[in-house]
Write a protein that binds this ligand. Sequence first.
Ligand SMILES: NC(=O)c1ccc[n+]([C@@H]2O[C@H](COP(=O)([O-])OP(=O)(O)OC[C@H]3O[C@@H](n4cnc5c(N)ncnc54)[C@H](OP(=O)(O)O)[C@@H]3O)[C@@H](O)[C@H]2O)c1
Length: 310
Amino acid sequence: MTLAQSGKLRILVTGRDGQVGSELVRSMGSLGELKSTNRAELDLTSDEAIAAVVRAFKPDLIVNAAAYTAVDKAESEPELARRINHDAVATLAAEAKSVGAAVIHYSTDYVFDGAKTSPYTEDDVTHPLSVYGKTKLAGEQVLAAAGIPYLVLRTSWVYGATGKNFLLTILRLAQQKPELRIVADQTGAPTWSRDIAEATAAIAAKWLPGRANSGVFHLTACGSTTWHGFASQAIRLLSEAHPDQHEKLARLIPISTAEYPTAAVRPKNSQLDCSKLAAAFHCRLPKWDDSLAKVMEEYELAHQAAANRG
Ligand SMILES: NC(=O)c1ccc[n+]([C@@H]2O[C@H](COP(=O)([O-])OP(=O)(O)OC[C@H]3O[C@@H](n4cnc5c(N)ncnc54)[C@H](OP(=O)(O)O)[C@@H]3O)[C@@H](O)[C@H]2O)c1
């Protein structure tokens, strides 16, 4: 029996104020009774809070979209990053076991070192370069060892029309500065938070939770680009929507990773091969630039609405 066939599901979604979590609230509702929590309602640094929420709600499925995601800051806050990305996952998994719940959890392309020149499969050796990547990998491993049905969905370069993300930063800066220098030698798949959430709902509906059907799956948009390619396409769409502003938008200068030092080292190649997910769940995300076009439409609508409000 799939999760969806097993009756009215009780689903707990954490990280409701995040990019993926906020979209999960829209996409998972049709599968059953949904309870979602933000940091104020469930602080993942508190084992007592995790236990209290899980034991009170008794979910059939926990979707953990909360995480420590500040990749550069994690280099100076490794303990906090590990507390949220590993320890809290261990506690969530233990509590899930006590109530018989399955867990869907997200991870990242940053578990790889990026040295491979083709897309990474789930069987490729992990070798995270950053504290964030290490703590996310530790979270995957503790979930896999917990003895419960689980899915780890590794995604990459998450963005959307709301939240804190690269796209919104670029759109803001491009309207303020004459030029922007953007890294052009890291390759990956920008992935819309809504595509992730809708795929998660589709996967959950088809999933036969059991240890044999548990595992790691790659879940990113189709195709790939660089940060510079992503930004260029976004600015192209912005200038098509506002031809009068075309001249005022920043010029994008491609630069190398070495020219943009950051606290955390990022993989050069972040491409993830998603064919395992396609075979298991008949699920493939749209191409990254098709989704970007939809997100830009939402961005425009949100800005028009804000302008109309004065
Ligand atoms: N963002 C990316 O580019 C990216 C790439 C690959 C994989 N992923 C993975 O995808 C998943 C979803 O990421 P996202 O982009 O949606 O992240 P996000 O927008 O940063 O959201 C993460 C959420 O976790 C919450 N959180 C942080 N610490 C918490 C705590 N102690 N207790 C409870 N909640 C806490 C945050 O709360 P506040 O809102 O209060 O801060 C935030 O709402 C994560 O597992 C992430 O590692 C993300």
